[in-house]
Design a protein around this ligand. Structure first.
Ligand SMILES: *[C@@H]1O[C@H](CO)[C@@H](O)[C@H](O)[C@H]1NC(C)=O
Ligand SMILES: *[C@@H]1O[C@H](CO)[C@@H](O)[C@H](O)[C@H]1NC(C)=O
Ligand SMILES: *[C@@H]1O[C@H](CO)[C@@H](O)[C@H](O)[C@H]1NC(C)=O
Ligand SMILES: *[C@@H]1O[C@H](CO)[C@@H](O)[C@H](O)[C@H]1NC(C)=O
Ligand SMILES: *[C@@H]1O[C@H](CO)[C@@H](O)[C@H](O)[C@H]1NC(C)=O
Ligand SMILES: *[C@@H]1O[C@H](CO)[C@@H](O)[C@H](O)[C@H]1NC(C)=O
Ligand SMILES: *[C@@H]1O[C@H](CO)[C@@H](O)[C@H](O)[C@H]1NC(C)=O
Ligand SMILES: *[C@@H]1O[C@H](CO)[C@@H](O)[C@H](O)[C@H]1NC(C)=O
Ligand SMILES: *[C@@H]1O[C@H](CO)[C@@H](O)[C@H](O)[C@H]1NC(C)=O
Length: 287
């Protein structure tokens, strides 16, 4: 394990992220889905073309793109989705590193998914457009506890519920926002669905993700639920580019220094682990 090339690749990524958080896409999690192909398959050739087309088309994609290459049974479908505050350049570079990572970590696989802070990328030998998909999923949580609960739970839940309502009434199926808190001055939240699913499916995906928060992240200062069709996240520091999103709210005082934060990925959930393999990565971000 210690000598595996995988670990070296990941260590290199972690180092890059640590050195230059602002410009390097931040890897979070991936799953290789248990469907392998034989050596004579043309799937890898199609996959290569699909991933290249995603990359080539990324700059005029408005943050989401899907494509496919080849014919059944070796047809390769792929899609990516970037956060709306991610610049076209960063979105593109996220797709590039995600493609490289996922093809090296999941060789011989017909289906895989990876999440970065800035983007999500997945491929499969089946059509993956426009269907609500909630597995495989990953939970990530901030290892720091809320020491004195002081209404944090209620404030966070209220914020996230209002973001879900905003997201399902927006064209992008995205919302991000901030709420005042008595202990931490602010709680920041973000919810996003892929734009290929219906408003109704988006609401389902986000609502169920919110109901996972007590399971994954109870008493924690930050948490995320990552699914193929939607993601949610909350933190006590501004983890998204607030200036890129909206007329920025007046900031009379500087935000407090971000707390030391690190993320401990949870192993794949039992429901998902039957058919999916995941790679929990110990990850310490500089925040
Ligand atoms: C496609 O294959 C070529 C040649 O092996 C490689 O250089 C390139 O990085 C691949 N592209 C993707 C997106 O995997
Ligand atoms: C974009 O993707 C399509 C297939 O989805 C592909 O035909 C095309 O070559 C790609 N590149 C550009 C610049 O459109
Ligand atoms: C995604 O794929 C579907 C099915 O092929 C297609 O109808 C749709 O136009 C594609 N969307 C984008 C954004 O490429
Ligand atoms: C995808 O590949 C798996 C494994 O080879 C196979 O069992 C499955 O039927 C394929 N799905 C489609 C839609 O071709
Ligand atoms: C947060 O607190 C500030 C200053 O106390 C206030 O101006 C602002 O309206 C509050 N925001 C919300 C969403 O309650
Ligand atoms: C937060 O709320 C959830 C669900 O309402 C509950 O299960 C959990 O115990 C609460 N956590 C804290 C720290 O109060
Ligand atoms: C945040 O967004 C603004 C406006 O788009 C941009 O000028 C700035 O470079 C972004 N900051 C980061 C850290 O990405
Ligand atoms: C795993 O695959 C088996 C056989 O295809 C299926 O019966 C089962 O429902 C799947 N489980 C999950 C969690 O997808
Ligand atoms: C997943 O892969 C393992 C090891 O290759 C195999 O034993 C198992 O049967 C596979 N499970 C499914 C659901 O394909």
């Amino acid at each position: 394990m210690a000598s595996s090339p995988l670990l070296l690749i990941l260590s290199a990524i972690v180092m890059q992220v640590t050195l230059n958080l602002a410009q390097q896409p931040g890897y979070r999690f991936h799953f290789c889905i248990n469907t392998s192909y034989t050596a004579i398959s043309t799937f890898p050739v199609n996959l290569n073309m699909t991933l290249s087309n995603l990359y080539v088309n990324a700059t005029h994609s408005n943050g989401f793109y899907n494509t496919s290459t080849g014919q059944n049974p070796d047809k390769a479908y792929g899609l990516f989705h970037c956060r709306p505050y991610t610049s076209p350049e960063l979105c593109r570079s996220c797709i590039k590193v995600a493609s490289e990572l996922i093809t090296s970590l999941c060789p011989q696989q017909k289906e895989a998914i990876t999440w970065y802070d800035e983007c999500m990328l997945r491929f499969s030998n089946r059509s993956i457009f426009s269907d609500l998909e909630e597995i495989p999923k990953a939970y990530l949580w901030n290892v720091n506890d809320i020491k004195n609960s002081g209404g944090f739970n209620e404030t966070m839940t209220g914020l996230m519920n209002s973001l879900v309502a905003q997201a399902v009434s927006s064209r992008k199926l995205f919302a991000a926002g901030v709420e005042n808190d008595t202990i931490f001055s602010s709680i920041y939240g973000l919810v996003q669905c892929t734009p290929d699913i219906s408003t109704r499916d988006c609401r389902t995906c986000l609502t169920r993700s919110l109901s996972d928060i007590p399971k994954c992240c109870n008493g924690k200062r930050g948490g995320r639920v990552l699914k193929p069709s939607c993601i949610i996240r909350y933190e006590t520091f501004p983890f998204y580019n607030t200036t890129a999103l909206l007329p920025p709210p007046p900031a009379p005082t500087l935000p407090p220094p971000p707390p030391g934060t690190s993320f401990a990925p949870m192993p794949p959930t039992p429901a998902a682990s039957a058919n999916y393999t995941g790679k929990p990565i110990s990850f310490s971000s500089v925040r």
